[in-house]
Design a protein around this ligand. Sequence first.
Ligand code: SF4
Length: 277
Amino acid sequence: MTKNERVEFVLKRLNELYPDPPVPLDHTDAYTLLIAVLLSAQCTDVRVNLVTPHLFTRAKRPEDMVKIPVEEIQAIIRPCGLSPQKAKAIAGLSRILLDEHAGQVPNTLEALERLPGVGHKTAQVVMAQAFGVPSFPVDTHIHRLAHRWGLSDGKSVDRTERDLKSAFPEATWNKLHLQIIFYGREHCTARGCDGTVCEICRTLFPKRKTPLANASGKKPRAKDSSESVTLMTAKKAQQKVVKAVRGAKKLAKATATPVRKALSKTKSSTKALRSTR
Ligand code: SF4
């Protein structure tokens, strides 16, 4: 299959499977979405959706949030993990929204990424899901599946984002990133999977033999496979030993020659001394 054929297949199949994927995080506006996405770092959407109703009952606008002590925000969001950092970020960004953006969530990537606790992925989710601006936030599922589907070489999340944006039409990005997330959540629980189990992976690489072939379908490099890494390490260690032995032999030879010469000189001097007696 060519890359274009894989792109076509992914779009067609995901549209059949998830024709209208919902936004997984419950929210009512850009601000509540921003807070929910921030809370979802290292946490499941299900858990975030259990926690946010409590938080938003206390405050669902920046002007209300800044009135809550950070300790209270932290106590409410504790089930989401990383609560000290997240509470501080929620309080901090709410203050900035009030001071610099008239209490509104800004609709540019640059302004969003300047807010505390808001990284590139969070900013892209807000751009896509709150403002409808074409974006391709890449999470673990998208990163892994883009690699398995031969759409990116999987070297970094940034690279995956660039590859996916160039592979798919801009008009598909906002829906597609959700569709891939839903497919990943439904099918892709096996991290060590060889990419031959589920339908789309199997279809895109029907003859896959090795677990982690890269995007071009080439044989994986040593760093892609733990087994190869072990073998490489052993080989390197062996080469080092051989080198060390050779070095030791050379050294022994180098030091032995002057000693031998000195000995033979001593012998001849002794001989000469005896003959003079
Ligand atoms: S075959 Fe299934 S489990 Fe394996 S990588 Fe693909 S989606 Fe994930």
